[in-house]
Design a protein around this ligand. Structure first.
Ligand code: AMP
Length: 590
């Protein structure tokens, strides 16, 4: 079937009739951005006309942009929280949406230390599924033959909780992997995974990873692409292989399954996959026992054509490490999504990480953009954004979020038909991030204050601090540089006290951070590096020598610039690590 597609420099024709339809759909949507957006807004506002939220602002059934923009305020999560709490407590009246709220999606963005709760409705699953269904048709045009093998994807679910009113609260991917859309997906030769559903759906992250890695090793010759959602997840898998290859090789040699994997459904499904294979076990042992792990991905999975991981935004810090482990395989960032809404996809997925641009699909929600410049107040429609400019993304969703600030800053890099393409610039107010954790300036400040209390009896205070997300090792960890004022050197805080300060900081960081530490083991112990007195003054001198104004100089609360790191590290007098795990349970603290 011929398709007049203008997708950027594709290498081949659609791989199938199904692909051709998907590509056609992308073309249609991107050619009619503004009219699709008008239709989406009309649909959302007309179906939700009787909701408490729209009535509160006297929209009176209007469905046009002008009325919508003039009467409905642009809001943040904190503005909506009282209403969200009512839903969580069991209020079933139509507050945001006339459709029943099917569950809450727990965002990795936090509010007062806890994950944000995003109300969603059942049909949103179809919309997410639709976006997923477009990814392979695009990829197949760039990478032929993906139907000849499998994808090794490390996919995980996380703990779910129930709100006081009985609604499920869980991350969006946990919701998706547990849905029939995923569990009973029809066979698609272009989208076959090595991981069985049972392994993906196993809530214990060790058992899940163990089973997924074992399958990946057993099917190593069939693997054509290796991936995880985010780069940090794939590196975690490599680290897992580094620490567990002996046990994995033992299982492969004997056709047995490690007794640490206790989940009955995982054990049952692995029975069908495991057979003794001495040759493979010897190969794994040979490769993994080498000191040098450079190119390990292509050494173990020699037919891998690309890595499928997001390496944009906070994940860009992992590009060099992934290049090292993969021998420079292309990294495909295929989509841009959030708990609030799935936004769009990358139409040129084999481009370099620095060139990734996401095309927002106008059928997913109604999108507005606030120019990211001082005192901007005019909200721009999707079709009207300008190349080169940066914007903050605002969404109005079918689930009932109206003019909601997502917190992402995007830059327009070009257009596909009339659909703008955006590079992800950064998330607003995020200082530190290792994986899905997002720590902002005030959270860091609170953590410092809370730890400083332990220093009081030593007549010591923290006079300056900054931070750094150290991702050189896996898992990455937070490093906090402290300059201390010790008033009584005979009674200076001991090593043990400073270790406890690390743990105290962790205790006061948000629940996503603590979950990553405790349940996922994806962030290592927090480290405090105490620096010599006067180090932060040197830091200021350095900034001023590079043109900073003395009057306006502020200590950067997070650093990554190599000369600054070198300066700080050369002044370190002692290093301290968190001696234990902070508290975390799936239940919310409030
Ligand atoms: P969550 O709501 O926890 O799923 O987090 C969604 C957020 O993750 C988005 O608002 C972005 O800040 C970030 N994110 C998602 N996809 C991408 C991507 N492709 N590139 C960069 N950041 C992303």
């Amino acid at each position: 079937m011929a398709v007049d597609s203008t997708l950027p420099s594709p290498l081949g024709a659609p791989a199938s009739g199904k692909d051709a339809k998907a590509l056609q759909f992308i073309e249609e949507m991107t050619k009619k951005v503004d009219s699709v957006q008008q239709r989406v807004l009309r649909e959302i506002l007309s179906r939700n006309a009787e909701t408490e939220y729209l009535k509160r602002f006297s929209l009176n059934g209007a469905t046009d942009r002008e009325a919508f923009k003039s009467r409905i305020p642009v809001v943040t999560y904190e503005d909506l929280q009282p209403d969200i709490q009512r839903i969580a407590n069991g209020d079933k009246s139509p507050i945001f949406s006339v459709h029943p709220i099917s569950e809450f999606l727990t965002s990795s963005g936090t509010s007062a230390g806890e994950r944000k709760l995003m109300p969603t409705i059942h049909e949103e699953l179809d919309r997410r599924q639709l976006l997923y269904s477009l990814l392979m048709p695009v990829m197949n045009r760039y990478v032929p033959g993906l139907d000849k093998g499998k994808g090794l994807y490390f996919l995980f679910v996380k703990a779910s909780t129930k709100t006081p009113g009985g609604l499920l609260a869980r991350p969006v991917l946990t919701s998706y992997y547990n849905s029939d859309h995923f569990k009973t997906r029809p066979y698609d030769p272009f989208n076959v995974y090595t991981s069985p559903n049972e392994a993906i759906l196993c809530i214990d992250s060790f058992q899940s990873m163990y089973a997924q890695m074992l399958c990946g090793l057993i099917m190593r010759d069939e693997v054509l692409r290796v991936g995880a959602v985010f780069a940090s997840g794939l590196l975690r898998a490599i680290h897992f292989l580094q620490t567990n290859w002996k046990e994995l090789a033992h299982d492969i040699a004997n056709g047995t399954l490690n007794p640490k994997v206790t989940d009955a459904s995982v054990r049952e499904c692995m029975k069908k996959i495991l057979k003794p294979n001495l040759e493979l076990a010897e190969f794994i042992t040979r490769e993994c026992s080498k000191e040098d792990w450079e190119r390990i991905i292509v050494r173990i999975w020699p037919n891998t054509k690309y890595l499928d991981v997001i390496v944009t935004g906070a994940m860009a810090q992992y590009v060099p490490t992934l290049e090292y482990y993969s021998g420079g395989l292309p990294m495909a960032c295929t989509m841009y999504a959030s708990s609030e809404c799935y936004f769009g996809l990358n139409l040129n997925p084999m481009c370099k990480p620095s060139e990734v641009a996401y095309t927002i699909m106008p059928n997913m929600a109604y999108f507005e953009f606030l120019p990211h410049e001082p005192s901007a107040s005019r909200y721009v429609d999707l079709a009207d954004v300008e190349i080169g400019k940066e914007y903050e993304l605002i969404v109005t969703t079918y689930a009932g979020l109206c003019r909601y600030r997502v917190g992402d800053i995007l830059r327009v890099t070009g257009f596909h038909n009339s659909a703008p393409q955006f590079s992800f610039v950064r998330r607003k107010n995020v200082l530190l991030s290792i994986e899905s954790d997002k720590t902002d300036e005030s959270e860091l400040q609170n953590a410092i204050e809370s730890a400083s209390i332990l220093l009081k009896e030593f007549n010591t205070s923290v006079v300056e601090y900054t931070s750094y997300a150290d991702t050189k090792q896996i898992p990455g960890h937070y490093v906090i540089y402290w300059e201390l004022l010790v008033k009584d050197s005979a009674n200076a805080p001991t090593d043990d006290v400073l270790n406890q300060c690390c743990l105290q900081m962790e205790e006061s960081l948000n629940s996503v951070y603590r979950q990553s530490r405790v349940a996922d083991n994806s962030i290592g112990p927090l480290e405090i590096r105490v620096v010599q007195t006067g180090t932060f003054e040197e830091l200021m001198d350095y900034a001023i020598s590079r043109g900073a104004s003395i009057n306006q100089y502020k200590v950067p609360r997070c650093v990554s610039f190599t000369p600054i790191m070198e300066l700080l590290d050369s002044r370190v007098v002692s290093k301290h690590f968190s001696p234990g795990l902070p508290h975390w349970t799936p239940e919310r603290r409030r």
